[in-house]
Design a protein. Structure first.
Length: 84
């Protein structure tokens, strides 16, 4: 899980650096990275849920329930806060 997270973070930082420095920047790169980060997030959260078994989704003290809810909310495009 750590390797996937670090790879996604490095890819995102590289994309941001390319955009800032106008170096080999492709506008489609942001969409591809978002898709990859979403995939990594779902994979990591589902793996964490499988480690904790059913306790992760039932116990309010574990942060995994919040992560699971947040990742599926972000993927489906529903904002938790409304912008003016």
């Amino acid at each position: 899980m750590k390797v996937k997270i670090e790879a996604a973070r490095a890819l995102l930082h590289r994309c941001a650096w390319c955009w800032d420095n106008k170096y080999e920047y492709d506008p489609r790169q942001g969409m591809l990275i978002k898709g990859y980060i979403d995939d990594v997030a779902v994979s990591v959260v589902n793996h964490a849920v499988s480690i904790y078994a059913g306790v992760a989704t039932a116990d309010k003290d574990l942060p995994i329930q919040k992560y699971l809810r947040d990742i599926y909310t972000c993927i489906h495009g529903f904002a938790t806060t409304r912008l003016p």
